[in-house]
Design a binder for this molecule. Structure first.
Ligand SMILES: *Cc1c(COP(=O)(O)O)cnc(C)c1O
Length: 239
């Protein structure tokens, strides 16, 4: 088999393994598998969407998304933005993405609202929760969520659809379960809240090494890179 066919076969096999794993664990919610596509070329991303039925993909860097954008197959595909988003870059992606998972400050909300208004769209967003209270990580602390939600009701061009979290890196899988259970509780406590522009029904959590725990604890979107595409070949540094 030539290398291109071999890569495709491997991605298809990985997806099959993920689906089997998902079938064998208890679910609290329906699951959407989002393919995290950083460092993956459009060729493989398009194979995943056109041939394997992946409906949702996510990039985490603005520059990388823009570089790949024209070559991505977009029909019936939702492109999510899942990484940290700098305020000054919102304008480049506002009309290219379906949902932003990383709303983590009032300043960012103001900018998303402003840029979305210019394009006359309503941007779907998830609020990033810093569930481990990690100082070097972005995200709203869980105890600040209710007041943050109140503040977001004033933005007519933002629709808050739910929560997203990146759990701290854990050595033991049980520790992931603990963080995800905490996030799920926060999700449940705020789901169905009657606030203007706010309809919390999505919970994005779990990556390749933690998606089983995330699904068990109530994720509705899992974000998988390595488990689907294999280990990333990080480009070598040029000297
Ligand atoms: C890369 C990335 C993922 C997927 O990570 P894997 O460990 O490769 O599955 C999920 N979410 C975000 C925000 C990412 O940047």
């Amino acid at each position: 088999m030539n290398p291109l066919e071999e890569t495709k076969r491997q991605i298809a096999q990985n997806l099959q393994n993920i689906k089997e794993t998902l079938q064998n664990i208890p679910h609290r919610e329906d699951i959407t598998l989002l393919a995290a596509t950083k460092t993956i070329s459009p060729e493989w991303i398009n194979y995943a969407t056109e041939t394997l039925g992946i409906t949702d993909i996510g990039e985490n860097k603005v520059q990388e998304l823009l570089e790949k954008y024209d070559r991505l197959q977009k029909e019936n595909v939702n492109i999510h933005f899942i990484g940290h988003l700098q305020t000054n870059k919102v304008k480049y992606i506002i009309d290219k993405v379906y949902m932003i998972h990383s709303l983590d400050s009032l300043k960012l909300a103001e900018e998303i609202n402003k840029q979305a208004a210019k394009k006359n769209i309503i941007m779907k967003t998830l609020i990033e929760i810093n569930i481990g209270h990690e100082e070097n990580k972005s995200g709203i602390f869980p105890e600040n969520l209710p007041s943050f939600l109140e503040q977001l009701t004033s933005f007519d061009h933002i629709n808050v659809c739910g929560l997203m979290t990146m759990a701290p890196v854990c050595e033991k899988k049980e520790d992931y379960s603990k963080y995800f259970a905490k996030t799920y509780k926060l999700f449940i406590d705020n789901r169905g809240k009657k606030l203007h522009n706010i309809d919390i029904h999505i919970l994005s959590m779990g990556m390749s090494d933690s998606y089983v725990q995330a699904v068990e604890e109530g994720a509705t979107i899992i974000r998988l890179g390595t488990a689907l595409f294999g280990k990333r070949n990080y480009p070598k540094k040029e000297n």
